[in-house]
Design a protein around this ligand. Structure first.
Ligand code: ADE
Length: 243
């Protein structure tokens, strides 16, 4: 059945690129519905304000609860009656890590809502309230700070949607890639295509040998070397926390 994604943000234009490429095709083919909402549509004051100074003091601004409450209400009101709680993803650097495993789990959801905050964050009562009405996931894209949740949401949406059945033309291309179980949680080996010589550089001979056993052994070795150099934390995982 069709997956629905709503985004809520003060910059709904950030989500325009979802209509390009693979995700755009999934929308065109009716596998996916995407709707981007402007948080300021849920304000009532002349200045359409969405932020205010933090109780307790400190630098920066905090997103006011009322526009978020009304925006989330409007999404709940649009639901076709008896249904499971929608998933609410709140991208935040203080969230749990967004991993391939998380992407695969969220790819099974019927309805995902992304609440993208700016400034120093959203009034925490919004999260407490939302936890009662949604399946709440506070998720971080990585250990760095972005200006807001929009770019994180775009990355998460792309990682999730490409795992929805029918979105990727050739499902085999999902199998061997980095972080999947078939490389046992290790990074991908390097790849080559024609021509076999380019600017004086040659394709490794084993890949031209036609010996599939030797090719597999070489790829496993290179995966291991690259993983040891770049991500030693991923080596020798008994059961990788990934699909
Ligand atoms: N918002 C700001 N920084 C972020 C991050 N690293 N991950 C998710 N959302 C964010």
């Amino acid at each position: 059945s069709v997956m629905r994604i709503d985004t809520i943000s003060i910059f709904p234009e950030y989500f325009a690129p979802l209509h390009l490429s693979l995700i755009g095709k999934a929308i065109d083919h009716g596998l996916l519905e995407v709707s981007s909402h402007d948080l300021r549509e849920f304000t009532h004051d002349r200045h359409r304000s969405v932020d205010d100074t933090p109780y307790g003091g400190g630098a920066g601004m905090v997103m006011k609860p009322e526009p978020w409450g009304e925006a989330l209400d409007s999404i709940l009101e649009q639901l076709p009656s008896p249904r499971r709680r929608p998933v609410l993803v709140v991208p935040t650097p203080s969230g749990r890590p967004f991993t391939q495993h998380a992407a695969a789990e969220l790819a099974g959801a019927e309805h995902l809502v992304f609440a993208c905050g700016r400034y120093e964050g959203i009034d925490h009562r919004v999260l407490d309230w939302a936890d009662e009405h949604f399946e709440l996931h506070e998720l971080s894209l990585g250990d760095y700070v972005l200006n807001g949740g929009e770019v994180a949401a775009l990355a998460m949406i792309e990682a999730i949607v490409r795992l929805v059945p029918g979105v990727i033309g050739n499902p085999d291309s999902l199998v061997e890639e980095s972080y999947s179980a078939s490389t046992r949680g290790m990074l991908e080996y390097p790849v080559y295509t024609k021509p076999s010589q380019w600017r004086g550089l040659e394709v490794p001979g084993v890949l031209l040998s036609g010996d599939h056993g030797a090719v597999d052994a070489w790829r496993a070795l290179r995966s291991r070397e690259i993983t040891a150099a770049r991500r030693p934390d991923l080596l020798d995982q008994e059961s990788p926390d990934r699909p």
